[in-house]
Ligand binder design. Structure first.
Ligand code: ATP
Length: 653
């Protein structure tokens, strides 16, 4: 192979360098996984070449014998993993291998720095995946020689895992990619095995890559002994080299569940999902009839770091009659199930199918509908039979799953049923809506909830006081998406959702016995506080719609309450954060007639309506109501000034 020009030395991008450094000093104990990663990449490259050769008739490549070859050199301690797939051009090598282009790398680095021990680091690597760089766990030097299909010049990339790599043009590289590892010395204590040993390689392929659809070949020496023809002579041993295919190449999705072991599913999941964790659930699916297709879907255990990033795609690959067509086929899974990984193999689509055609395709739409229902019902099954796994699922994917309550009206009821929520009923556990409804007090018509930025913030908000005092359960919604669906007129089991921070709340309705007494009380409060309420409404007219007596406070002096259909302050904040210009909506100020501050204010107001302290006190009460619900004051400096003046007056008199 001739290298045409002096190799250029490049520096790794800073983040890649740090990740590489971790690999070189290999904190990850399962070093065997480098082979799985290389084979997985090679298999993807073969898929891409086959597809390209089908779609682009002008491409001058021989796609008749696509395969992966392992070439161990035991004496030289070198292992090459060779494929005749799509290959990479020079820019792609720099972009894909020299740069860890993935936006989560910084996040991984930050988390690794925080990780306390090697077990925690290992889990993180499992969560992020490290692909090609895992080769540096087992090799002192990695050389990659590649030529892209259809191009004449190849590229040679080499690094010892320090801060730099070299890159050079190569004239006569074969089409495809060879990754050549100069292996580190064997150190079984450090889980570093002999990766130039044929037996080891055969075992690793069986364990991790058996289902890969392309042949994974290795030339093996076979010694045969034949008895000598003449009596008393030594038997004859002949050594021949034979090419052996190491993998059985069975497409797991075409098999029924009892024909496949859990480990096989696990490794397949890791391959299709580019993941390092275990699947939480495996969902094989077969449809026969008008549209024939098979699917093998997985729910991961861990959420990928980029689950909430804007450019995030869905994770199901499309095959047609075992031929790979595309990754991340968005048409097969709704966005709110983007955590689902796997493959769909449809029998009746054309191999030339494009994304544009897929969007219009009736069959694809039918598959998507069916699989969506299947995933939701699987989540419901996990919820009812495996509480610990459900907890894991919910922590990782609950926020995404609930997006379906806004986006998928057809399945809304099923999604709601399979969801869980935090509640005042339990300190840390979750409740289903069915359980909530089972605990509703007599006369309760709605499901009460309150939204906020965190459980703690909601729990401290004054709105909860009367509910707590009367033992009425309130659901605590702290995910941004909860703001959207809860206010959308949704019902569960015929019951509407009512925010306790919006509209009028009359808890006395729930309890018939006390009704007459409380009616009297209300009439009394109205007479006693009427003038003060009118005045407050005027004094605070810039901030509130009206002032009224509260039936939801027992301890705090005041709280703010929106109209039934108004936006909550959190939602306003979300919209503003996303760049939308939403006007500040005013809410009603509710005051607690039993609170000493409110009583005092009423008495002072009754004594003289132009006392200087009245207005600052009203403003302070309003500000306190904003702070108590975790909101932001529009003018914190003015609030501080008023407070200081009031405290000074109190302490100096
Ligand atoms: N044998 C190969 N042939 C062609 N392209 C390859 C090959 N190996 C790697 N690449 C390219 O380099 C990219 C980076 O590979 P790498 O293994 O680091 O990450 P990945 O496979 O994309 O994702 P993951 O880290 O999750 O495995 C691949 O996406 C692919 O485009």
């Amino acid at each position: 192979m001739s290298v045409s020009a002096q190799p250029e030395v490049h520096e790794f991008q800073a983040e890649s360098r740090q990740l590489l450094d971790l690999m070189v000093h290999s904190i990850y104990s399962n070093k065997d996984s480098f082979l799985r990663e290389l084979i997985s990449n090679a298999s993807d490259a073969l898929d891409k070449l086959r597809l390209e050769s089908l779609q682009n008739k002008d491409l001058d490549v021989d796609a008749s014998d696509l395969h992966i070859q392992l070439v161990p050199d035991t004496e030289g301690r070198v292992l090459s993993v060779v494929d005749n797939g799509i290959g990479m051009n020079r820019d792609e090598v720099i972009g894909l291998i020299g740069t860890l282009a993935r936006s989560g790398t910084a996040e991984l680095r930050r988390k690794l720095a925080e990780a306390k021990d090697s077990a925690a680091s290992e889990e993180l690597i499992g969560q992020f995946g490290i692909g090609f760089y895992s080769t540096f766990m087992v090799a002192d030097k990695v050389t990659l020689v590649t030529r892209k299909a259809g191009e004449s010049t190849g590229t040679r990339w080499e690094s010892t895992g320090d801060g730099t790599y070299t890159i050079a043009d190569v004239d006569d590289a074969p089409q495809g990619t060879s990754v050549i590892l100069t292996l580190k010395p064997v150190d079984t204590e450090d889980h570093l095995y002999d990766y130039a040993d044929q037996h080891k390689l055969r075992a690793l392929v069986k364990k991790y890559s058996d289902f890969i659809s392309w042949p994974i070949r290795m030339d093996v020496e076979k010694t045969t002994t034949t008895p000598a023809e003449e009596e008393d002579a030594e038997p004859v041993t002949t050594t021949t080299v034979e090419t052996e295919t190491l993998n059985s190449r069975k497409a797991l999705w075409a098999k029924s569940k009892d024909e496949v072991t859990e480990d096989e599913y696990k490794e397949f999941y890791r391959h299709v999902a580019h993941a390092w964790d275990d699947p939480l659930e495996t969902i094989p699916f077969k449809a026969e009839g008008t549209f024939e297709y098979q699917a093998l879907l997985f729910i991961p255990t861990q959420a990928p770091f980029d689950l909430f990033m804007r450019e995030r795609t869905t994770g199901v690959s499309l095959y047609v009659k075992r031929v790979f067509i595309m990754d991340d086929c968005d048409e097969l899974m709704p966005e709110y199930l983007r955590f689902v990984k796997g493959v769909v193999d449809a029998a009746d689509l054309s191999l030339n199918v494009s994304r544009e055609i897929l969007q219009q395709d009736r069959q694809i739409r039918a598959i998507r509908r069916r699989l969506t229902k299947k995933v939701i019902s699987t989540v419901a099954d996990i919820q009812s039979t495996r509480p610990d796994d459900y907890q894991t699922f919910w922590q990782n994917f609950g926020r995404v799953f609930k997006e379906g309550l806004v986006n998928d009206l057809d399945n809304r009821d099923a999604i709601l049923k399979a969801s869980s929520f935090e509640s005042t009923n339990s300190e840390d556990g979750l409740t289903t809506l069915a359980d909530y409804v089972g605990r509703m007090v007599s006369g309760q018509k709605s499901i009460y909830y309150m939204t906020g930025e965190s459980r703690k913030q909601i729990e401290n908000s004054p709105h909860l006081e009367a509910f707590r005092a009367k033992g009425i359960e309130v659901l605590l919604f702290s995910d941004p998406v909860d703001e959207m669906w809860s206010a959308s007129g949704i019902e569960f089991d015929g019951k509407s959702f009512q925010s306790i921070a919006k509209g009028a709340v009359d808890l006395d309705e729930l309890d018939d016995a006390d009704k007459s007494e409380s009616e009297d009380e209300k009439a009394k409060d109205a007479a006693e506080y009427g003038d003060l309420l009118t005045w407050l409404g005027e004094a605070l007219t810039d901030d509130i719609t009206e002032a009224r007596i509260s039936h939801r406070l027992t301890e705090s002096a005041a709280c703010l309450v929106g109209d039934t259909f108004s936006m909550s302050p959190q939602l306003e904040k979300l919209y503003r954060a996303s760049g939308q210009d939403v006007p500040r909506s005013k809410r009603a100020l509710e005051i607690n007639p039993d609170h000493p501050l409110v009583k005092g204010l009423n008495e002072a107001f009754a004594a003289s309506t132009d006392k200087a302290e009245l207005e600052p006190t009203a403003k302070l009460i309003y500000g306190m109501a904003v702070l108590a619900e975790g909101g932001d004051l529009t003018d914190p400096a003015e609030f501080a000034k008023l407070l200081a003046a009031t405290l000074t007056a109190a302490i100096t008199t």
